[in-house]
Design a binder for this molecule. Sequence first.
Ligand code: FES
Length: 295
Amino acid sequence: MAADDRDTTIRRATRAAAIGFAVAIASAIGLVVVYVAGGHTQLEGLFLFAAFAGTTVGLVVWTKVLIAEPDLLEERPPMRSSQEDRAAFEHAYLEAREVRDPDIASRRRFLSRLLAGASASLALALGLPFFSLGAPPGGQLFRTNWERGSRVVDFAGRPVRADMVGPGGVITVFPEGHTGDGQSAALLIGIDFGRIVEGGITAETVPGIVCYSKVCTHAGCPVGLYREEAAELLCPCHQSKFAVYDNARPISGPTTRPLPQLPLGTDDAGFLVALGDFEAPVGPEFWNIQRGGRA
Ligand code: FES
């Protein structure tokens, strides 16, 4: 191959390998960002594929074009050369090589750094699944979308007023703007204040209503059955029962944690609003493990 052609080939190969490694780095970073932002299976898969593909393309091009040395043949005298001749040849060879590929070393350094970056990014991205073994990042287990002033809305997104929850009535509610969010789902229950046991409802609330998380504290099923006479909420998955007039204390079943309460108030228009997030983390027995309780 002529020297000019080879230069062009090397330049193109360098560019292709660099693009491959850059794509791998960008994809691995994208994967980390998507994972930390809450995760999206399809996007994560796409980024992982692009990271592997970029690394593969970069490595293949580099190996095939940039590392492969052209054959160099030279007629040698049949007799062993003198020490001086051999030194002179070595010198001439290295000089010729430098003239032929003046910046090959810097190209290799450049690609080596990109390859190191791509490998490190990919290793970081591939390490992310280990975080799935513990709590998700961002404190998602510690809070929900309820916050002070969140309007209470039903499944259809309609604001709920206190007088819409009659005695014994149950409405599944969400914070406005987050309808359908399972972690934030709560049960508004119309209660008889006369039946509340002493200290049985600790969250601030409005007369005739109490609000509990709908997420079972055993394994996270939705607690949906309310037996008004017994004042019990029942989780259908493993039959945990919670005492509505006693801080949703577990009465029976596998769970050991009460359902967290949501503090409630009303706004100027008489609609229910949250006065903050749930009083305790919602959801399964992760919290018991954290506190050394039984799982
Ligand atoms: S998930 Fe509710 S009792 Fe198991």
